[in-house]
Design a protein around this ligand. Sequence first.
Ligand SMILES: C[S@@+](CC[C@H](N)C(=O)[O-])C[C@H]1O[C@@H](n2cnc3c(N)ncnc32)[C@H](O)[C@@H]1O
Length: 204
Amino acid sequence: VEGVLTASEREAIAALWSEKLSQDARGLPQSERHRNLEPPSAEFICALAAGTGARRLLEVGGSSGLSTIALAAAARLTGGRLVSIEIEPTRQALARQRLEDLGLSDRVDFVLADAAQALAQYEALEFVLIDCEKDDYERFLALLRLAPGAVVVADNILSHGLGKYVRAVRSYPGVESITLAIGKGLEVSRFVNGSAGRSQGNPS
Ligand SMILES: C[S@@+](CC[C@H](N)C(=O)[O-])C[C@H]1O[C@@H](n2cnc3c(N)ncnc32)[C@H](O)[C@@H]1O
């Protein structure tokens, strides 16, 4: 059974992952590494986004496109679209090419920007992946404009000990949230009432 991802999408994810492992093994500086999501995390977010039927998807930190493949495949199933925000042009160009090769680019709006500036433009989001610099998670969460029932997933919770983010997301009204030991640790949060934005009366 293929599931939401096709065999060629799985192969592309595996190829990006081997490239990432080789960058890590060579000890490249962070600016030259792609720091992709772990493949099991990609499978999980793909199934979760597809299973919730999310049509308005967004990721913060697309890098070279591993998570972009997973979320674009989910968007294909739901009839939705993904906004992929990335600040670094070379990595985004790689992602753009990869998604085009897979026939998934019609599902993705690639946005080359600092998420701090771009996020406020997108409203009624139904599924968001936060996978950028760890110090930015809470402030970007606060900028999200979410539809009721939206799901926000944040990576690196266990690898980077992001307890502060976990406490912050769980303090929003109407949030159901759990840390899953998948890959580097995913915080999966459902915003029952919608928006995490300040205007909706969140704690900050
Ligand atoms: C951990 S990697 C993302 C990996 C990606 N999700 C994947 O699975 O391939 C983090 C990415 O976030 C990007 N980034 C960092 N700060 C950002 C910001 N303020 N706005 C947009 N992208 C940002 C970095 O350039 C980097 O490519």
